[in-house]
Design a protein around this ligand. Structure first.
Ligand code: MF3
Ligand code: CO
Length: 249
């Protein structure tokens, strides 16, 4: 069952989402070679707390930090560390969730550290492009499969791997609500979207294989071929006429 949110609930999700966007925007000007992923975590956590929000990832199923910081072959759920120093040529995906008065906003962005090769730039461009391609299909009356297919069809011609075991999701009072949103699918299938639904759309893409393993830290999801990966996510409201991206400034 996909919940329809009330105006009040949408406003609280909008507030939380706005602070998530503020964190991710701030990092754009701050990420440099030599920084640690724990420093990135701390910048975000400070912004979240300063704005009367809570870092919802911290303590979620035992996750220890405010953000997921996933470097290079780590696709998602990397744990920030003061031992993990970013170096020129890395990519780092930051995924974070803030809650405001019990309601959540969720977004992710993959940053380049210093300069990366053209093929890595392409991976990021395509992954972000796939996110916006999916979002462009969000409107009342659309099938969820329309969004899923748009994402997958955008990525597949590039030969990249799309994670199959992890999906986007609904969001609201919980960080993860129905429906699961795959990053590939078939148009005209799945539930029909209605005004007031709130969806987190999040392509997770690998330069090579989509086969992943979990590190002994029990969280980090790593591409088995150790090639680079990307992850972009927005929290999106289904509006009367189409959609509104909530995780923006
Ligand atoms: N923000 C992630 C998502 O997109 C989930 C983070 S897992 C956590 O669904 F444990 F860090 F919270
Ligand atoms: Co999410």
């Amino acid at each position: 069952m996909i919940e329809i949110k009330s105006e009040r609930e949408i406003q609280l999700i909008r507030e939380a989402s706005h602070i998530v966007a503020l964190c991710l925007e701030t990092l754009k000007t701050q990420i440099k070679p030599g920084m640690t992923t724990m420093e990135l975590n701390n910048i975000c956590e400070k912004i979240i707390l300063e704005h009367d929000c809570l870092p919802a990832c911290k303590g979620y199923e035992g996750f220890p930090c405010a953000v997921c910081a996933s470097v290079n072959e780590v696709v998602i759920h990397g744990i920030p560390s003061d031992k993990k120093k970013l170096k020129n040529g890395d990519v780092v995906s930051i995924d974070l969730v803030a809650s405001y008065k019990g309601y959540h906003g969720d977004s992710a962005y993959t940053y380049v550290v210093g300069e990366v090769s053209k093929d890595v730039e392409k991976l990021l461009e395509v992954t972000q492009g796939a996110l916006y391609e999916g979002i462009s299909k969000v409107k009342p009356g659309a099938h969820l499969g329309d969004i899923e297919a748009a994402i997958g069809d955008y990525i597949k011609p590039h030969g990249y791997g799309i994670l199959e075991q992890f999906t986007g999701h609904g969001i609201g009072r919980s960080m993860h609500e129905d429906p699961a949103i795959f990053n590939f699918g078939t148009p005209g299938t799945g539930p029909i979207l209605k005004e007031g639904m709130v969806l987190c759309i999040e392509p997770m893409v690998c330069m090579g294989t989509n086969k992943v393993r979990i590190l002994p830290d029990k969280w980090s999801v790593v591409a088995k071929d150790n090639k680079k990966t990307a992850h972009f996510e927005h929290t999106v409201l289904v509006t009367k006429d189409g959609h509104e991206i909530l995780t923006t400034l």
